[in-house]
Write a protein that binds this ligand. Sequence first.
Ligand SMILES: Cc1cc2nc3c(=O)[nH]c(=O)nc-3n(C[C@H](O)[C@H](O)[C@H](O)COP(=O)(O)O)c2cc1C
Length: 356
Amino acid sequence: MNNQRSQRKLEHIQLFKEEYNPHYTGFEDVHLIHQALPVNDWDEIDTTWCFLDKICKAPLFITAITGGHPASEKINRDLALVAAETGIGLAVGSQHAALYNEELVKTYQVIRTENPEGLVFANVGAGVSWDLALKAIEMIGAQGVQVHLNAAQELMMPEGDRKFTQWLNNIEQLVKKSWVPVIVKETGCGLSRETVLRLKEVGVEYFDVGGSGGTDFLAIEARRAQLPVRLQLSWGLPTAWALLECLAVCGNQGHLWASGGILTPLDWAKALALGAEAVGVAGHFLKTYLDNGLEGLANEIKEWQRQLKIICLLTGVSSPAHLKAAAKVITGKTAEWQKLRAGDVYGCKAISSFHA
Ligand SMILES: Cc1cc2nc3c(=O)[nH]c(=O)nc-3n(C[C@H](O)[C@H](O)[C@H](O)COP(=O)(O)O)c2cc1C
């Protein structure tokens, strides 16, 4: 079982390269309005993001990708070097393999040794009991633990989990026992408002919507299971829609993060404008890393940071946190979705179709 897990982590990276085909996230329908008369000087724009006592250069993190296979160690080392150089956060991939096999611990711990002062997140599935999740946090000295909800992926895998009813209880226990924040994330199918409501009831305060439009794990698992392409299940809430759903539930209470199909600094800014505090990127940064190496990725992230600052200046706000208040228009399917699901039901007026 454990060897199988380790092997699977390798196959995910290999198949990712072939299956990566970003599509609709809903951010296509979000438009930030240009302000020709800036209200700030360049040096006044402050892009830093504080997570507890960690100060990052921007509200950005490389979200869970890998660990658990000898080949993952090099990737995690390189990602840690990039995170340290660019001053952003980094999450490891699912730590299950190392929780059952001491030899694999180093494939995760490398991110702490290479980036001792950085913001680092542990990662476990919701099927893991709280005591093992605490071990995962300790393993890498994490400042937060991501708990992934990946029911769709499990169901696509012939060898995947089929028992899910314990998940909420595991999360509740972990929230009670953990000394660091517990961030519940989807892995590309999106968190809905019903799911967030249930999670809030058991004390969860951090949500990463993990919507569709980027890495498609169902396609990756369908390939692993050798399903014909025509039988692949296309499923999930586009990231912008998931964000609007969760915002309608959380309002100003709770911490909302976004990931899933973030491909450009403008997508990043749009996610912040829709209410996310921070943004995670897996697929796009992994692709850049595989194509252009760690230097290529570090350069790209630095350019993203510069462009986020430009977007703040041109929308008339002094920091990424203030992008929520920037003027924007939401059109098309996303506006329709907001009206039907988010705005009307919860009376969420924080974001209207035109927000000036
Ligand atoms: C190769 C690969 C492996 C991943 N492994 C994990 C994992 O172990 N745990 C997890 O929570 N998410 C995992 N993810 C999902 C990402 O963290 C993220 O939620 C998802 O890919 C959507 O973001 P993206 O569109 O930017 O890739 C993985 C993603 C990729 C590309």
